[in-house]
Ligand binder design. Structure first.
Ligand code: SAH
Length: 214
C-alpha cells in the first residue's frame, strides 16, 4: 500500500502554508500541493527533505523541483479543468502529478530513459493517469498538439519556436529562460504569430538539453 501517513500529511500542510506566505494565491495550486505525497517521488522517501521547500537530487544528475517553483509555474499556467497540457521534463513526475490534481490532461516528455520509466511506474501506482513520452522536448509533440498550456521544467537558453507553434491561440507557455540562472517567463499566444511575454522572478534549473539520452 502507499505509505502516506498523518505525519506526512501534517508536514505537507506546513509546506503549503509556507508557499502561501511566499505569495501563491491560486487555491487550486495550494490544494494540489497539499494532496500530492512528495516524499514518494524521492529515493527512499526522506520525509524531512521531501517537505522542505527545496530541490532534491533524483538520480541521473537531475532534480525534483523546489515546491515553491512548482507552485509558481503551476499558478502562471492558469490551469482550468480539462486543459490539455504539455510538460517538458517529466523528471520525478511530481510537477505532472500536481497539474493532474489541478484537473489538467497531461502529456509529459522526458529525454532520460530511466526517469521516463521510473516516473511512469510511480504515477501509475499512485493512480495518476497521464500520457508519457520518451523524446526530445525541444520538438514537443506535434501529433498531439495544439495544447492549451505548455510548461518547460528545465532551464532553456531560448524559447523553442517549435513549442510556440504547438500552443493554441490564447494559450500560455511557462519557461525558465537563461543560461546560469533563469527568468521565469510567461508567454501568451495572442494570435497566430503574435506573442506577449512577461517575467516572473529568478530561478535556478537543470539545463534543457538537446536530443534524447540513452
Ligand atoms: N518536472 C520535474 C523536474 C525535473 S528536472 C519534476 O517535477 O521532478 C528537469 C527534467 O528535464 C530532467 O529530468 C531532464 O532530464 C529533463 N530534460 C532536459 N532536457 C530535456 C529535453 N530536451 N526533453 C525532455 N526532457 C528534458
Amino acid at each position: 500500500m502507499i505509505n502516506d501517513t498523518y505525519r506526512h500529511k501534517g508536514l505537507r500542510k506546513i509546506l503549503v502554508d509556507e508557499i502561501k506566505k511566499h505569495g501563491i494565491v491560486d487555491e487550486n495550486v495550494l490544494s494540489a500541493i497539499n494532496k500530492v505525497p512528495r516524499h514518494l517521488f524521492m529515493e527512499s522517501g526522506f520525509i524531512e527533505f521531501a517537505y522542505k521547500d527545496s530541490a532534491f537530487p533524483i538520480g541521473s544528475g537531475q532534480t525534483i523541483s523546489q515546491p515553491y517553483t512548482v507552485a509558481v509555474q503551476s499558478e502562471l499556467l492558469e490551469i482550468k479543468k480539462g486543459d490539455k497540457v504539455l510538460e517538458v521534463g517529466t523528471g520525478s513526475g511530481y510537477q505532472a502529478a500536481v497539474l493532474f490534481e489541478m484537473g489538467a490532461k497531461i502529456f509529459t516528455i522526458e529525454r532520460q530513459h530511466n526517469l521516463f520509466l521510473k516516473s511512469q511506474i510511480l504515477l501509475k501506482k499512485l493512480g495518476y493517469k497521464l500520457q508519457f513520452f520518451f523524446g526530445d522536448g525541444y520538438k514537443g509533440l506535434p501529433t498531439y498538439g495544439p495544447f492549451d498550456k505548455i510548461i518547460i521544467t528545465a532551464g532553456a537558453p531560448f524559447i523553442p519556436e517549435e513549442l510556440k507553434l504547438q500552443l493554441k491561440i490564447g494559450g500560455i507557455l511557462v519557461i525558465p529562460v537563461g543560461e546560469n540562472s533563469q527568468k521565469m517567463t510567461k508567454l501568451v499566444k495572442v494570435s497566430e504569430n503574435e506573442y506577449k511575454t512577461t517575467e516572473h522572478g529568478d530561478f535556478s534549473f537543470v539545463p534543457f538539453l538537446k536530443g534524447k539520452s540513452k
